[in-house]
Design a binder for this molecule. Structure first.
Ligand SMILES: NC(=O)c1ccc[n+]([C@@H]2O[C@H](COP(=O)([O-])OP(=O)(O)OC[C@H]3O[C@@H](n4cnc5c(N)ncnc54)[C@H](OP(=O)(O)O)[C@@H]3O)[C@@H](O)[C@H]2O)c1
Length: 295
């Protein structure tokens, strides 16, 4: 298949590129190559390339800044998705829209499945939810893939932040009242690869299996990286100054649609994190000559 990836310069985009090629013909567009908020440009580029599939991983992802830049977040996350959905409809392409656990308010306190009603608490979540609606209304051949707590080899994420902080601090304070499902970008990209080879369209919750708090996540990161000597303080969210964007306190996922459509569920979050740290992160650190500091 001929597959276009948007947001190819991001952390998920990086893993999508390496998982989808060489089996498929992959055209990877970062923001410089395609700004998804530009309606005419999106239509013209998609009509020219006539892909079989578009995997839309581009997004305005700065959750806090989205509060003061609401319009920018809506242009990219909501209207960008609409432009791609319109273009995919014209050329008959399948569209994967990657969405977020932040469409939920976190009050359920048990894993969210695809039938639960979204109620985003912040502008980022609202703009992503509107993007979902545009995609669902416009392009019949769509997959909406909600994911959560992403980390991977490229970019800055919770895992790399904890390791970076641990290099210079003997003690870290991590919140123990926010719960979710960590997701390894590589595993998500592998799921998306199997998804696009089917016509099981619709909404999916896709994360590594299991639930943890940010504190438990950080504890396992340090243990798996051989840094268990760093002391961790479990603190409530209100111990920190309030962030501009309110976060949902619980966004773990149940994977009902994956199971009912016959897809293998992803491995559990600890196994995925161990693999990432012991194989991928280690290799990157060696290349960057940071390994003596962190291992
Ligand atoms: N990260 C998470 O924890 C998380 C959790 C749940 C869902 N998601 C979703 O997962 C997807 C992938 O996220 P990610 O973590 O890979 O994010 P990321 O690393 O921030 O990648 C997003 C990419 O989109 C690009 N982009 C921004 N505006 C654009 C525009 N107008 N046109 C084209 N590209 C644009 C960004 O470029 P610049 O950096 O140059 O702006 C960036 O390279 C997103 O849909 C996100 O909403 C992420």
């Amino acid at each position: 298949m001929k597959i276009i990836i948007t947001g190819a310069g991001g952390q998920l985009g990086y893993d999508l590129k390496r998982v989808l090629s060489p089996k498929h013909e992959v055209i990877a567009w970062d923001k410089a190559k395609l700004d998804v908020s530009q309606e005419h440009e999106v239509m013209q580029r998609i009509v020219t390339e006539r892909p079989d599939v578009v995997v839309h991983a581009a997004a305005y992802t700065n959750v806090d800044r989205a509060e003061s830049e609401k319009e920018a977040a809506y242009h990219v996350n909501a209207l960008g998705a609409l432009h791609l959905a319109n273009a995919c409809l014209i050329v008959g392409a399948k569209l994967v829209y990657v969405s977020t656990d932040y469409v939920f308010d976190g009050t359920k306190r048990s894993p969210y499945d695809e039938t639960d009603t979204p109620n985003p608490l912040n502008s980022y979540g609202q703009s992503k939810l509107l993007g979902e609606k545009f995609v669902a209304m416009t392009c019949r051949r769509h997959f909406i893939v909600r994911t959560s707590w992403l980390y991977g080899q490229k970019g800055t994420n919770f895992v790399t932040k904890v390791l970076e902080k641990a290099r210079t601090n003997a003690t870290l304070s991590i919140v123990d009242d926010q719960f979710g499902s960590p997701t390894y970008c590589l595993d998500l990209a592998i799921f998306i690869r199997s998804l696009i080879e089917t016509d099981h369209y619709g909404l999916y919750h896709a994360s590594n299996q299991g639930v943890c708090s940010r504190y438990e996540f950080a504890k396992h990161i340090l243990e798996a990286a051989g840094m268990a000597h760093i002391s961790l303080n479990a603190v409530p969210t209100h111990a920190f100054p309030p962030a501009p964007a309110e976060r949902p306190m619980y966004t773990a996922f149940a994977h009902k649609a994956m199971q009912s459509s016959g897809f293998a569920r992803m491995r559990d979050w600890k196994s995925a994190l161990d693999f990432f740290l012991q194989v991928e992160y280690y290799e990157t650190a060696v290349k960057a000559k940071k390994v003596t500091d962190i291992w």
